[in-house]
Design a protein around this ligand. Structure first.
Ligand SMILES: C[S@@+](CC[C@H](N)C(=O)[O-])C[C@H]1O[C@@H](n2cnc3c(N)ncnc32)[C@H](O)[C@@H]1O
Length: 327
């Protein structure tokens, strides 16, 4: 017997039918029997709950889809624009989640009409959560996939500027900015190139972006792990790293010690990282309490043998300029 292949939307079409029929009935009730309150509110509940379940299912499915599949639906980047490969889950996820939580807030408000205390508590909590997610959305969108990063104006080149490394370069957002700090620096762009939140781990896009920026001849791409890098000690005059050291977990200190080994005495290292604070609260809510604070980082720098030269705030993150002492 022939079986019909149902599409995902086909097998969930009851959602659309329930919403449509309930909406028509609600309009009829409201117009024909304006004093009748019970049925229109039941119908409204049906409409909102089905719309919510639909949205949550679509959102959940979208978050679970492999990045490769999602990419097929993404708008192609113009050939003359950079593409740093940021996942649309990251760029848009907070905004979509915020919208769903607003709907959930209003749904809970109307469905808990019989329990005013719980109604207000839940409504307020969900609205605050939606605002929190919306702020997270503003921050996440700041890492636009076609815009390179802004570096703070600091004295990076105390030990010279022949050999500079971008550690955890990803698809080159920082490498390109770094190349603009001086026309005569040679850059090593270093990464593991296995991050699942950057298309293809970043290596293919990195090559493309460096070509577009016209700096391929000045940048050498190297692959490896920060904790044991394939360079001799005292190789680099300076180093930068953006949003990488905060991904290292237990390897923060080993990573710093490795950077100390590779830098020349007097060599400076500029780090941009997310620290515990308002911005990280917008991104991770209470989970942000697990983020290291500015003073945690300063202790780590000291433990790694570095002196702190400068610090500040940039791109919703913190920056630190640290130096390997001359002696
Ligand atoms: C959030 S991305 C930042 C990329 C780039 N610096 C930027 O700002 O666009 C973090 C990068 O660090 C790299 N990374 C994470 N852990 C690493 C490790 N142990 N060794 C080398 N690279 C690592 C990842 O592969 C990823 O490309």
């Amino acid at each position: 017997m022939e079986t019909k292949n149902k599409t995902w939307f086909g097998s969930h079409s009851h959602t659309g039918i329930v919403i449509g029929v309930a909406a028509i009935l609600a309009i009829i009730y409201i117009n024909v029997l304006p004093d009748e309150k019970l049925f229109p509110s039941i119908l409204t509940g049906l409409i909102v709950s089905h719309a919510l379940i639909f949205l949550i299912t679509v959102f959940g499915g979208w978050m679970l889809l492999p990045e490769k599949t999602l990419k097929k639906f993404r708008k192609q980047t113009a050939p003359e624009s950079f593409d740093f490969g940021w996942s649309s889950k990251w760029n848009k996820g907070f905004g979509v989640a915020s919208f769903i939580v607003v709907l959930l807030a209003f749904y809970s408000y109307f469905s808990l009409a019989g329990n005013p205390a719980l109604q207000i508590i839940l409504f307020t909590f969900l609205l605050l959560l939606a605002v929190n997610l919306f702020l997270g959305n503003i921050i996440a969108r700041d890492s636009n996939s076609t815009t390179n990063i802004i570096l703070p104006y600091v004295g990076l080149y105390k030990a010279g500027k022949n050999n500079v490394i971008d550690v955890g370069c990803g698809a080159g957002r920082t490498t390109i900015s770094l190349s603009k700090t001086s026309s005569d620096i040679n850059i090593v762009a270093f990464d593991r190139f296995d991050a699942n939140y950057i298309d293809d781990g970043g290596k293919t896009l990195l090559r493309r972006n460096l070509d577009l920026a016209g700096i391929s001849s000045r940048v050498k791409i190297e692959q490896g792990d920060i904790t044991s890098m394939p360079f001799a000690e005292n190789t680099f005059d300076a180093a930068v790293s953006s949003y990488m050291f905060d991904h290292l977990g237990e390897n923060k200190l080993p990573g710093l010690k490795e950077m100390w080994r590779l830098l020349k005495p007097g060599g400076r290292f500029l780090l941009i990282i997310v620290v515990r604070g308002y911005a990280s609260f917008a991104l991770a809510n209470i989970l942000s309490l697990a983020f290291a604070t500015r003073s945690d980082w300063k202790k780590l720098f000291r433990a790694g043998g570095f002196d702190l030269v400068d610090e500040g705030t940039i791109n919703f993150g913190a920056y630190f300029l640290i130096e390997k002492p001359l002696k």
